[in-house]
Write a new protein. Sequence first.
Length: 210
Amino acid sequence: MQTAAGVYQARALIWAAGQTSRRLNVPGEEKFLGRGISFCATCDGALYRGREVAVIGGGNTALEEALFLAGICSRVHLIHRRAEFRAEKLLVERAAKADNIVRHMPAKVTAVLGEKRLSELELAGPAGPEKLPVAAAFLAVGKIPANALLAGLVPQDEAGYLLVGEDCRTNVPGLFAAGDCRRKPLRQLVTAAADGAVAATAALAYLRGA
Ligand SMILES: Cc1cc2nc3c(=O)[nH]c(=O)nc-3n(C[C@H](O)[C@H](O)[C@H](O)COP(=O)(O)OP(=O)(O)OC[C@H]3O[C@@H](n4cnc5c(N)ncnc54)[C@H](O)[C@@H]3O)c2cc1C
């Protein structure tokens, strides 16, 4: 393995490079990371109980995040850059029925504003620019699995997640993959840690020739 610090040789390797969240790339976004900008409603939603929040995105994740937050927040602004959602019909219908989900579409966030914490989003919508007073903005505009280095070596799905089974073995002997970088139904600390244990055990078995 060639790294910035030198070349390392090993008989087995566990790839656990995770993923990163796509950003909006608008003014103020970096400043309010962790101070109102969040990427996970189930992780941070409870911090905004009873408050007005926004979800940005139009896929299944955005709709699921909005529905989850609608159960604990006073109002959820769902902001999507297109006129149609790219989500399952059932989720779209459930969101349409929720009294406290307000849709803004097609609309784009143009800036994130506030003093010490996020307090407003600036939007460009069909009716022109507007400002939404919100305590948090949950970004659901996609994830980027950090698997570029394995392209052509380990098969990936259309989103770039490694196609590796529950045993964490890849198609390459001695190469294992664990955590958020692989295709799986739930990406959380507990499932990543479980993968780590499975991959380490599988790597040990491989080294022992089992
Ligand atoms: C903001 C946020 C809040 C979260 N809150 C929760 C929570 O409350 N509860 C929960 O269960 N889960 C939460 N999660 C999800 C949880 O953090 C992940 O599921 C878990 O960390 C995945 O572990 P991982 O080891 O697969 O990847 P990561 O923790 O992402 O670790 C991957 C590591 O690999 C490094 N890396 C990437 N590419 C390379 C490379 N080419 N070479 C060397 N190193 C590389 C990265 O820098 C990183 O250090 C949260 C995630 C985020 C982003």
